[in-house]
Structures are given as C-alpha cells and as structure tokens.
Design a binder for this molecule. Structure first.
Ligand code: SAM
Ligand code: SF4
Length: 384
C-alpha cells in the first residue's frame, strides 16, 4: 500500500486564510484582516515550495487546489507566481486540474479572466443559497443576482465550474429545498457540492445554538428527507453523488478531491494546511501553523511553516485510507486495502448483514441505506 500512492495521484493544496467577513457557520481557518501584504505572502509561499519539494522533484502533478478562506481575494499575479513555481518543480499532467475557490461577488468575478490567464482551469464558487433572506442569515455579502452573474461569468471563462449550496437551513421546508435545488440543477454545469448545514462549536452559530438560539433548524427526520430528496433529484439530473456531498456528471468529478479520497499524496502549503507524502518507504503526515501570522513569522524567521511531521505506521495509513475511501460511492479496492480489511472481517460482515456495506466488483462500499449514516459506520469500523 505504501508504494501505491500513484493510484490516487499527487496534488498540491494551497491555503489562503483571509476573507472579507467571517460567515457565522464557518469553522474553516479563515480570518478577516484589513491589511494583507500579498508580496510578503508570495515570498513565504515560494520559500515553502522550495522547502517541501525536496525529494519530490520530477513527480507528476495531477492537481493544484487554492482553498480558503477566500482565494478569490488573492491578486492574480500571486496565483500565477505560485503556479509558475510549482510548474518549475514538477512534471505537469496534460490534464492537470487547477481549481480556485471563489466567492461570488462582482469584484471577484472581475478577476476571473486574469485567474484563467494565470493557469486556473476550474472554479468552485460558494453560492450557498438562492434566496435573499437565507443569504442574509448565512452572513453572505452577495445577492442572488450577483451570485448568478458571477457564476455566469465563470462558466463563460472556465471549462469546469462548480458551486456550493448549504441546505437544512433555519426554517427551510422540504418543498422550498426542492424548488431551490431544481433551480440550482438548471444553473449547474457538471459539478455541485451540496452540504447539510452543520453547527460547529466555536462559530457564531455554535454560540447561538448553545445558548438555545438559532430557532427553526430542521429535525433529524426532515434533514434525512432533505438528504434523500437531494440524492433523487441529482440522480435524475445526471449528477449522482460520487461522495457524500459532492455530485457530478460521470467524468467531471473533482480530481483534487479524488486525490484525498483515493489516498494519493498531497503537499499542504499555507497556514493550517495538511499534507500526506509517501517518501523513503514511509507515509508522512504534515501540518503547518494554523494562525496566519504565526505561519508567516515561522516561514520568514526559521525557514519553515511546519508544525508537525510524523511517520504514519502502515496500519494507521490503511485505516485513514479506509475512512477516506468509504466516502466514495465506488468504495475501496479490497485487494489494495486487504491488510486493514483483514483485521475488520467480523465488523464488516456484521455491517453487511444489516445492509450498511456491500461488495461490488471487488470494491467494498456503503449501500444506499448506509450512505446517509457513514459517520456511524466509520465509528463502528474504527472502534477498538
Ligand atoms: C472553504 S468554504 C468556501 C469557500 C468560499 N470562501 C465561500 O465561502 O464561498 C467551503 C464550503 O464549505 C461549506 N461550509 C462551510 N461551513 C459549513 C457548515 N458549517 N455547514 C455546511 N457547509 C459548510 C460551504 O458551502 C463553503 O462554500
Ligand atoms: S464560508 Fe467562505 S467566506 Fe465565509 S468565512 Fe468561511 S471561508 Fe470565509
């Protein structure tokens, strides 16, 4: 298993940790900062690229992903500079996917052409809702029209575009979600990410919720009905889920996501970015300082933003692969993951007997019934 990361490909994740404002539901590593010196950040990213590529030069890169935060706040020259540096270090797959996460305001849409010219070929846009009151509740800065216009601009510039919606929002009914999702499917091209709202501790929503606020969240049953409806409508529209929250036409899946879920290798650049690299016979898990200022200071003063670098033992790497791979609808290759699966034969058999897991074409995967309760299945598989 250690030697076969190539099955999953090799990607680079670049984290841009800044946003124009903090959305009340979001627990990503994202911060509002009035002054960001992008030249200083550029030097730090270049230094981190030099540090992390050692021993990896010449590998073929299948994906680069600018995530955030809000990478569409990066100056296009900064995106281009990072891409040029990466391209000078690695072989670039002919069909490399280069994604940038974008917020759909008109200012950002104005930069799309320049990102395209810099080499970005896929945009993933956080539209979140298609009605004004819900956009306001979610703390979003864009209007419905602005979101749709930005998406239109993106689809004319980029071959591949996706957008995110959050459902199971306060006071949302099943019928409202049905009509909103139909509208989204009519707008979409070939990829959609549909997330159920989760209330994360430490966020503004988390604080309100713990004080008994945030009325009108859907019951567990309504949430499950919304999930089921989502699967039905997306399937019917030719965009089945290839992962819990990600839907695509066949062949349009996000290659970057697939690197994670197929246990490929990836470098993590920027604050709080995680990496997994197979090198010298080991799979190494890396992390960087989470706070943007701390990361920047560490890179500038000590030549490294890394806060952790740890060898995973073979079993840990396989357990992680199991957790990631079962998120995929296609499941995991029973031969590739034989070592970990052999230690869980009884549990897997039990989960098969109650209709949660099945084997198809040599792959172990969740059933239709098992998919909505993936977290419970993973807890059972990984316990003890
Ligand atoms: C890194 S964020 C998105 C990037 C971009 N800054 C934006 O907001 O448009 C990735 C996506 O995760 C989803 N997300 C974030 N927090 C969530 C939560 N608490 N519940 C459900 N979805 C969430 C949103 O759909 C968001 O677009
Ligand atoms: S959802 Fe996006 S824009 Fe909002 S705080 Fe999180 S990363 Fe920033």
């Amino acid at each position: 298993m250690l030697e076969d990361w190539q099955h999953g490909g090799f990607g680079v994740y670049v984290h841009w940790p800044f946003c124009q404002s903090k959305c009340p539901y979001c627990d990503f590593n994202s911060h509002v900062s009035a002054n960001v010196d992008q030249k200083r950040w550029f030097s730090a990213f270049l230094s981190e690229i030099e540090r992390t590529v050692v021993g990896l030069e010449g590998r073929q890169l299948s994906s680069i992903y600018f995530g955030g935060g809000t990478p569409s706040l990066m100056e296009p020259w900064l995106v281009e500079g990072i891409l040029d540096a990466l391209k000078s270090k690695f072989l670039i797959a002919n069909d490399i996917e280069i994604t940038l996460e974008a917020n759909p305001t008109s200012v950002e849409a104005g930069r799309f052409q320049a990102y395209h010219d810099a080499g970005v070929n896929r945009v993933s846009m956080g539209i979140q809702a298609l009605n004004v009151p819900d956009l306001k509740r979610l703390g979003r800065l864009h209007s419905v029209n602005e979101g749709q216009d930005a998406f239109d601009t993106a689809r004319h510039i980029f071959d591949r575009v996706s957008f995110d919606l959050i459902y199971a929002r306060q006071d949302q009914t099943l019928d409202q979600w049905r009509s909103e999702l139909k509208q989204a499917l009519a707008m979409s091209v070939d990829h959609l990410s549909l997330y159920q709202l989760t209330i994360e501790p430490g966020t503004a929503f988390g604080d309100r919720f713990s004080k008994g606020g945030l009325a009108g969240l859907p019951s567990e049953d309504l949430g499950a009905d919304m999930y089921e409806l989502t699967q039905e409508l997306c399937e019917a529209a030719g965009m089945p889920a290839y992962e819990t929250s990600n839907h695509a036409a066949v062949g349009s899946e996000s290659r970057h996501n697939l690197v994670y879920w197929n246990s490929g290798d990836y470098l993590g650049l920027g604050p709080g970015a995680h990496g997994r690299i197979t090198q010298y016979g080991h799979r190494i898990a890396t992390e960087t300082h989470l706070a943007p200022g701390k990361w920047l200071d560490a890179v500038e003063n000590s030549g490294s933003g890394e806060s952790l670098s740890r060898k995973q033992d073979g079993f840990e790497a396989q357990e992680e692969a199991l957790m990631m791979g079962l998120r995929l609808r296609s499941g995991i290759d029973e031969v590739r993951f034989e070592q970990v699966l052999n230690t869980k034969v009884e549990k897997i058999q039990g989960l098969k007997e109650i209709g949660m897991l099945e084997t198809a074409n040599g792959f172990l995967r969740t059933t239709e019934q098992g998919r909505p309760v993936l977290n419970a299945i993973l807890r059972e598989l990984l316990a003890g």
